[in-house]
Design a protein around this ligand. Structure first.
Ligand code: ASP
Length: 329
């Protein structure tokens, strides 16, 4: 009897979880049709034009463009925001340019220990992984946790075993070796301490989703986990308010519950997305001593990029208009 009720319970959980990814016809009556868009980021930090070659700048912009186009096409073809978020992030994870997946920074024990999370604003379901070392695309593992398990966060070896069961692509840890990140570890270059990738999207069904993926902070020790896999800090999505993905000094984002705080200000104080993001990043986070930024989108297709660092790799694709930027204003 106990076994039967557990099976029924698991079945109910999986059904509710799956509803985020199920397709349906765009609901014209609700006026949502054609309202779709996506914002992505490739990390915030001390990104200055004087330290960047033209060639490197072009490489970053081209990869951001490729990533956002993938997500935009999915949305345009009646796909879901959760799919757009995952697929855009995969492009960034597969590039050595960003601190996620292939380009992840090295921890103090000379390993790449990655974190990721994803959230569906329709169901408030979420999935996250932390400290994985051999999963090619941690964002896909986070999505599998959301859709295929009754849990929200899995870590380390357990998460890797789950990835294997789910048939996700596993790679030898040497796949994540990049010369520049290794050099950064040896020098522990201050300006390259962090970086992350993320995406937020609104689909034609009026559903918001967000996702974040990172290698964390260079030289991190003791199994340190940042904000990126923490729902409410690094990632948050709620159809009532907005979808947010964070990047920056993770400890501050966890303590400030940054992504959720923006949503809460919208929900309980009736602030707009822009007002809430400004308050949280430029006032609250700064006061705490934290640095970084967020990207956000709401159900009316308002979008925001707010950061208190020198720069942030970012792209916005809304109403067939694409914008790609790196530096501050
Ligand atoms: N927030 C990430 C972390 O603290 C790093 C980053 O976004 O740059 O792990």
């Amino acid at each position: 009897m106990h076994k039967l009720s557990s099976i029924v319970f698991l079945f109910i959980i999986l059904i509710t979880k799956l509803s985020c990814v199920q397709n349906q016809n765009p609901n014209k009556k609700d006026g949502f049709e054609n309202k779709f868009g996506i914002v992505i980021h490739g990390g915030a930090g001390t990104i200055l034009k004087k330290n960047m070659s033209d060639e490197k700048e072009q490489q970053y912009k081209a990869k951001l463009k490729e990533a956002i186009q993938v997500g935009y096409e999915i949305l345009k073809n009646n796909g879901t925001s959760i799919d757009a978020v995952e697929k855009s992030i995969i492009v960034l994870e597969n590039s050595p340019l960003f601190n996620a997946g292939k380009g992840s920074v090295f921890s103090n024990r000379k390993k790449n220990e990655m974190d990721a999370s994803i959230m569906c604003g329709k169901t408030l379901n979420a999935g996250a992984v932390s400290g994985v070392t051999n999963v090619k695309n941690p964002i896909s593992l986070a999505l599998a946790v959301m859709n295929q398990s009754e849990h929200v966060m899995l870590s380390n070896k357990g998460a890797e075993s789950f990835a294997k069961v789910q048939g996700l692509k596993l790679v030898d840890s040497t796949y994540f070796y990049t010369k520049s990140r290794y050099r950064s570890l040896l020098k522990t270059i201050k300006t390259e301490k962090y970086g992350t990738v993320g995406a937020v999207a609104l689909d034609k069904f009026g559903n918001l989703s967000s996702g974040t993926s990172t290698g964390g902070m260079t030289n991190k020790k003791w199994g340190r986990i940042g904000d990126s896999p923490i729902i409410g800090a690094g990632t948050y999505a709620n159809n009532k308010t907005c979808a947010i993905s964070s990047t920056g000094w993770g400890e501050f984002f966890i303590r400030g519950v940054i992504a959720y705080d923006i949503s809460a200000m919208m929900e309980y104080q009736n602030l707009s997305l822009q007002e809430a993001a400004y308050k949280v990043i430029q006032e609250k986070l700064k006061k705490m001593g934290g640095s970084g930024g967020i990207i956000g989108i709401d159900r009316n297709l308002n979008s925001v990029v707010e950061f208190n660092t020198k720069g942030m790799y970012r792209a916005t694709y809304i109403n067939d208009s694409i914008q790609i930027k790196i530096y501050g204003n």
